[in-house]
Design a protein around this ligand. Structure first.
Ligand code: CTP
Length: 409
């Protein structure tokens, strides 16, 4: 797990209550800690029967609190509640949910939840029948009315062997939800951002296509950085094996035309377009609807005829000249030579605010690696010549500049 900027030194209060899903909370505590957060865990008495405080202490490196009150503990709940940036109770049993809804304070976790002034998230875990029971539903409704965020529960097989809705949401999704909440008031709060990523594929026949080496990693990192800055993110993704960031609306596309259609359909309500995708510039001028057979290709010859695809950024520019949206456009230029000159020419031709130029042949930059070396240009010249760094760090710098420029629009 890589460190995560929005989680660095954040104090997360993780409440754990008595459900078999407790073991997954150890993984969550571990991931949050690796990501840079300071995780304080409170276990209820029944949770401590499923997992020991030592398990949590071992992964967080911090004291773990239980219902065993000591002599010096009389205001511990206030201290824990007040110092936290966010409190998550995962798993949250029907019993704890009922306590929270009625304001009961008969254990350290419940009393801390009452004292806390930070956002409270709960991830319920229980059997399907208990979740659906009107008592639980009423309690959950009461908590939601008070601003508590309820994550899940998910559908699937439960400890009872029965299926249904009641499983705790998986740790990585809980981490994604925490990340979203902590980023919410960031510099792009309330802004709409479209990020394109990956390659496009232009079909030759039903089994073959023309494409390029893009992995989609840089675009996904940009989408994640925009989410961390509080934006509402639409990720228009060509075929990629990378996982989409939690919280993004994802539109999957294959061809340049599909990518262009998806972007143009929502560009009018958009503040920022970050065009990271490696879009195919050419496509076969005829697509066979049957597989082209080796021995029956007389009509096709051995050459594939090509035609130009839509230049998406140029189409966006035409629209933007009329509507003024998107307010900010950043393009990428992947080059193998004369990177600076080509980048500058594209910035002007495509009417961009910024262009991130990278020499994809440079060591550690380019396709399928986790690092990149980028020079950011605006019409005024070089904004920053960035060092070789992770694609995550590149993405965060790009968001920093675009958010700053948008603030001044
Ligand atoms: N781009 C686009 N539509 C295309 C091709 C590219 O919108 N049909 C976008 C890319 O997503 C990128 C920028 O334009 O943000 C520059 O892409 P690049 O492939 O470097 O430039 P091209 O315009 O394709 O020019 P060339 O092939 O001459 O390098």
């Amino acid at each position: 797990m890589e460190p995560i900027t929005v989680l660095r030194d954040k104090r997360i209060l993780l409440g754990v209550t008595g459900s078999i899903a407790c073991y997954k909370s150890v993984e969550l505590a571990s991931k949050l800690t690796q990501a840079g957060a300071k995780v304080d865990v409170i276990l209820t008495e029944s949770a401590a029967r499923f997992v020991t405080p030592l398990s949590f202490r071992s992964v967080t490196g911090r004291p773990v609190y239980t219902d065993m009150w000591g002599l010096d503990d009389h205001v511990r709940h206030v201290g824990l509640g007040e110092s936290a940036d966010l409190m998550l109770i995962a798993p949250a049993t029907a019993n704890t949910i009922a306590k929270l809804a009625s304001g009961m304070a008969d254990n350290l976790l419940a009393v801390t939840a009452l004292a806390a002034r930070c956002p409270l998230l709960i991830a319920p875990a229980m059997d399907g029948g208990m979740w659906e029971h009107p008592a639980t539903q009423t309690n959950v409704g009461t908590l939601q009315e008070r601003g508590v965020v309820v994550i899940g529960p998910a559908e699937g097989r439960m400890a009872s062997g029965l299926g249904g809705v009641g499983r705790m949401v998986e740790p990585m999704d809980l981490l994604g939800e925490i990340r979203l909440r902590l980023g919410m008031s960031g510099p792009l709060s309330g802004r709409r951002v479209i990020v394109s990523t990956g390659p496009t594929r232009e079909p030759v026949d039903p089994v073959r296509f023309i494409s390029n080496r893009s992995s989609g990693k840089q675009g996904i990192a940009v989408a994640q950085a925009a989410l961390d800055a509080g934006a509402q993110v639409t990720l228009v993704a060509g075929p990629t094996c990378e996982e989409s960031p939690y919280g993004a609306r994802v539109i999957d596309v294959q061809t340049t035309q599909e990518m262009g259609n998806a972007i143009l359909s929502c560009v009018d309500e958009t503040d920022i377009l970050m065009m990271v995708a490696a879009v195919a510039d050419f496509r076969p001028n005829a697509v066979s609807d049957r597989k082209i057979k080796k021995n029956e290709n007389a009509d096709w010859g051995l050459a594939i005829g090509l035609e130009k695809t839509l230049d998406i950024l140029s189409a966006v520019k035409e629209r933007r000249d009329v509507t003024g949206f998107p307010r900010m456009v950043l393009g990428f230029a992947a080059e193998t030579h004369n990177a600076f000159e080509y980048g500058r020419e594209k910035l002007l031709r495509k009417g961009l605010n910024f262009i991130a130029v990278n020499d994809v042949t440079a060591d550690g930059a380019g396709f399928a690696v986790d690092t990149n070396r980028v020079v950011l240009l605006s019409s005024a010249g070089v904004v920053e010549e960035m060092p070789l760094q992770s694609k995550t760090a590149v993405a965060e710098r790009l968001i920093y500049y675009v958010a700053g420029a948008l603030g001044g629009v």
